[in-house]
Design a protein around this ligand. Structure first.
Ligand code: NAD
Length: 491
């Protein structure tokens, strides 16, 4: 074992408590649930299980804090606090990466290179953005001057998924605090550890008590539902499955909460024969199997122009076979374990359905022989499926992709758009006009040409159709996390 691997393994998992009004706390009934490491199936620790009562206390703390010292923080002061949070995340990056890896089963190196630095950058980015924002003003001839001011929305509920736990939580928390709100966050029940540390980091950075609160628990009939139903929660930002979005919308309807949704996807990769195949393969490996395929932006439907199809498939299969799957703490590992036994069974059932529907599995297709424990699934490539098969239509959210050939531009656009989802798409071509032409016709919120996962945090991020409501990033985040008032002065 390498020295570096040894030191990463020394990080001890933590028991997770709620964080309410500046202090860690147990549940009133001392109820807990177990946190399991998906890579080893071992118990990492205990997590306090919150419900209505804990959520109510967290919401009341957040509501009170809106009128406390936080209200008088200038934008410069909020920016300084945000910057400190980002710095403290970087100071603790090895610890946070190890906890994230234990919680999710993802490779430690990925957490260290992507999840944790990006979590810090979310705070650094909004720290800067906040101080350079302007406001709208319109002069109406000699009659009037109109200008708008921004104010916080109030108490924001944050309901988070398990795939990129700290990265996605901080993507919400940073603009929420930048805009002067207070928050009650609920991490996914599978991944409670880094959110628990974030609460402490916020306090250390100078966030006043009550501004950031955390309640652990489940979704329905638990902490998640309690947040969405609470009359004093003014807005809910949710990232997760589309069907959970429906449940939250129903629960939030009676109190008309402002909602921001980042939901599921079934993203197409469209590969034209004129693209640079080596570059396509290198990036497609990542867009297919990064984080075990558990990234909402992963491209799980791969469409390849017929004349390049065989060449692509041969090379793609070869490269996929080289990926190292196994212990997330080993330096060479590029694919870890999927999140849970439940998810493992779900992904394997999709692979079985592909077999039943006449598909051919070119590589992968099950559990790697090398691993006796843990929820590992081999990176799997399926061909020969009909465009209406389950694996082509439904979100699998695991290391499984389908490859289908196409003949014409019109045909592939039609197939790419033939879904209720509309999150991301990648187009590969060296024909500039075609790149623009196809991109303009694709129904997705995020479209990449000759790249994938390249982000600039000023740009709008989010999905159309059933992949989301609203956009996050730069000014778009402020649209959600603040209320605008227009003031008209008669001249
Ligand atoms: P999920 O919907 O099962 O759970 C997400 C969160 O919602 C969890 O914290 C859960 O406890 C909570 N929850 C569940 N039911 C609830 C209810 N009735 N009321 C309130 N809260 C409830 O999603 P998941 O399995 O954690 O995450 C995977 C999904 O997230 C995939 O569909 C993926 O595409 C999507 N996702 C989307 C994006 C994006 O940016 N569009 C990013 C990451 C993940």
């Amino acid at each position: 074992m390498h020295l570096k691997e040894k030191s990463n393994r020394k990080v001890k998992p933590i028991d997770c408590l709620h964080f309410i009004n500046g202090d860690y706390r147990d549940s009133h009934n001392s109820k807990v649930f177990e946190n399991i490491n998906p890579a080893t199936e071992e118990v990492l620790g205990k997590v306090a299980e919150g419900g209505k009562r804990e959520v109510d206390e967290a919401v009341q703390a957040a509501k009170t804090a809106l009128k406390g010292p936080w209200k008088n923080f200038t934008s410069e002061e909020r920016s300084i606090v945000l910057r400190r949070i980002g710095d403290l995340i970087i100071d603790r990056k090895e610890e946070l990466a190890a906890l994230e890896s234990m919680d999710t089963g993802k490779p430690y190196q990925m957490a260290l290179d992507i999840d944790i630095p990006r979590s810090a950058y979310n705070f650094h980015f909004f720290a800067d953005y906040l101080t350079s924002m302007g406001t709208e003003a319109f002069q109406q001839d000699q009659k009037a001057l109109h200008y708008s001011i921004r104010r916080p929305v109030g108490v924001v509920g944050m309901i988070n998924p398990w795939n990129l736990p700290l990265l996605l939580l901080t993507w919400k928390m940073a603009p929420c605090l930048a805009a002067g709100n207070t928050a009650v966050m609920k991490p996914a029940e599978w991944t409670p550890m880094t959110a628990t540390i974030l609460a402490e980091i916020c306090k250390e950075a100078g966030v006043p008590d009550g501004v950031v609160n955390l309640v652990h628990g489940f979704g329905p009939n638990s902490a998640g539902a309690a947040i969405t139903e609470h009359p004093d929660v003014d807005a809910v930002t949710f990232t997760g499955e589309t069907k959970t979005g429906t449940a939250i919308m129903k629960a939030a309807a009676p109190t008309l909460k402002k909602l921001s949704y980042e939901l599921g996807g079934k993203n197409p990769n469209i590969i034209f024969a004129d693209s640079d195949l080596d570059e396509v393969i290198e990036t497609t490996l990542k867009s297919s199997f990064m984080n075990q395929g558990e990234v909402c932006l992963c491209g799980s439907r791969i469409y390849v122009e017929s004349s390049a199809y065989e060449d692509f498939v041969d090379k793609f299969v070869l490269k996929t076979k080289e990926l190292k799957i196994g212990d997330p703490f080993k330096n060479e590992t590029s694919v870890g374990a999927v999140i849970s036994k439940e998810h493992y069974d779900k992904v394997l059932s999709y692979i079985q359905s592909a077999r039943d529907e006449g598909g051919t599995i070119l590589t992968g297709g099950g559990r790697p022989q090398t691993e006796k424990k843990g929820y590992y699934i081999e990176p799997t490539i399926i061909v020969g499926l009909d465009k209406d098969s389950r694996c082509v239509r439904e979100e699998i959210f695991g290391p499984v992709v389908t490859v289908l050939p196409f003949e014409t531009e019109e045909e592939v656009i039609e197939q790419a758009n033939d879904t209720h989802y509309g999150l991301g798409t990648t187009i590969w071509t060296n024909d500039l006009r075609r790149a623009h032409r196809v991109a303009h016709q694709i129904e997705a919120g995020i479209i990449w040409v000759n790249t994938w996962y390249l982000r600039d945090l000023r740009t709008p991020f989010g999905g159309m159709k059933q992949s989301g409501i609203g956009r996050e990033g730069g000014m778009h985040s402020f649209e959600f996390y603040s209320e605008l008032s227009n003031i008209t002065i008669k001249l």
